[in-house]
Design a protein around this ligand. Sequence first.
Ligand code: KIV
Length: 257
Amino acid sequence: MAITLQHLIKAKQQGRPLTVLTAWDYAIGQLLDIAGVDIILVGDSLAMVALGHDTTLPLTLEQMLHHGAAVKRGVKRAFVVCDLPFLSYQESISQAIHTAGRILKETGVQGVKLEGGHPTALETVAQLTAIGIPVMGHVGLTPQSVHRLGYRQQGQTETDAERISSEAIALSEAGAFAVVLEHIPSDLAKAITSQLPIPTIGIGAGSHCDGQVLVTADLLGLSEKQPPFAKSYLNLRELITEAVKEFSREVRDQKFP
Ligand code: KIV
C-alpha cells in the first residue's frame, strides 16, 4: 500500500520510527522502495553525490526535475519528496509556488522540502500547503547556508537552540508535515520532538527524533568523504573498484567473455 501523509502522522502518534533515505536516480529509488523505506528524499545533496559539486548550491531546478522524475519512476510505495534547489524558491512566494508546482507536475513526487524557518520560509510553507502541496521543513544545519554556517553543529548556545526550536514549531504551525533536524544536540532534538505534533526526522541529531534520514551514498560507502554522524553499512567504493579491476584483469587475460 502506498505511503500517504496520513500514514506519516499516524506513525508519530503510534511511536513507529520513520525511515528516510535520499535517492538520485531510478535504480537507487527502486531499491530503497523495495527495501521498504517510508520516505525517499531526492535531496539537493545529489549536487555533491551524483554531480560532483562541492556544495548543494549549484543544483538547478532543471536538474532536480530530471533526477526527481527518474527516482519517482522507480518508486511504487514510498512517499517521495524533492528538495527545492537553492534560489529556486527564496526570491518570492510566487517563485516558490511556480517551482514547487513544476516539481509536482513534472516529476510526480508527492511533496517538497525547503530549508530554514525565517518569516519568508514560514509564509512560503503556509502558501504551498494552502494550495495542496505537502512541505517538509529543515532546520539546524541547513547546507544551502554553508557559506554562513559552515558544516558545524548548530544550536550549541541557548539563543541558537531557542531560535531553532521556535523555527521548528513555527514550521509545524505553518503547515509543514514533517521537519528535518540536522546536526543539532540530541537534547535539543528531543525537546523539539516532544513539542511537535508532526514527525521530526533527524540527521546527526541523536536518537530521540521520530525518524532518521541518511544520505544513501554515505550509507552505502560510496561517498569520498562523509559527515561524522553518518554511518556506512557497506563499502561500495571498495566493492565497485574490486569488481572493475577483476573485469579489466579478465579482459586483458582474455578470460572474459
Ligand atoms: O539534501 C539532502 O540530502 C538532505 C538530507 C541531508 C536531509 O537535505
